[in-house]
Design a binder for this molecule. Sequence first.
Ligand code: PEP
Ligand code: MN
Length: 285
Amino acid sequence: MASLSNDSNENSHFRLAGLDGTASRSIVDVHGVMFGGSELAIAGGPCGVESKEQVFAVARYIAEAGVRLFRAGAYKPRTSPYSFQGLGPEGLALLRAVKKEFDLGIVTEATDLESFADVERVADLIQIGARNMQNFALLRRAGNSDKPIMLKRGQGATLEEWLSAAEYILSEGNSRLILCERGIRTWSNHARYTFDVSVIPAVKAISHLPIIADPSHATGRSDLVIPCALAGVAAGADGILVETHCQPASALSDGQQALLPNDFATLVTRAYKIKDGLQSAKANS
Ligand code: PEP
Ligand code: MN
């Protein structure tokens, strides 16, 4: 990929996402959680909002684990039109209730222009999903939002395509942008996608934007989520986005990749330890 070489002329089309030598790294504040600073940012929750009981149960244990951002979709972009599509406005109302009850910041996805304003009113961080990474109208709308945006990498996107998509948001004036690696399609078929750990330091080499890892969608297998999350943190991710459910077997979407409550708590403790280890190694070097 010649166009991603270190030649600054070749990277000049990342006018706003690129490192220009003088700009410092971006830090994005989401409900008091800093993405891109010295601490690890963690967002957790079920794939989708299913019921009040479900979101309250999960919110309770993620808050007890010390996590301050609750992630769940009210609108779900599903591969099949026959799969659970999310509760829509009812789901947003449940997310609002979670925020009020547990004082957790809300991370949730906007899937189209029609529902964007409704999502925007509830979300502290708006997710643009992998399937929408090149939905340029949606990216421009996100660029005009006054809420921070998390842009997932498209399932087959190169780093260049991903950062170009980021430029659509930044060039509309929204500088509060976080990237999220969620796996790409390769020939490997033991997992849902291939978690591209090397893209984390590769992003950091050319962009000031915070980048987080989503090992849940990257692997699609709960037994692979913890090791891949920790690998992402060790590679320099600014945060992790992890799916968890109190009853994965009966989840309406992505149950096979959801961590059980105890495993989620274990991951949080271990992830913070790795981040702390990296910070002290840096301070001592
Ligand atoms: C999700 O976060 O639930 C999701 C659908 O993710 P992705 O866009 O990465 O597939
Ligand atoms: Mn999911």
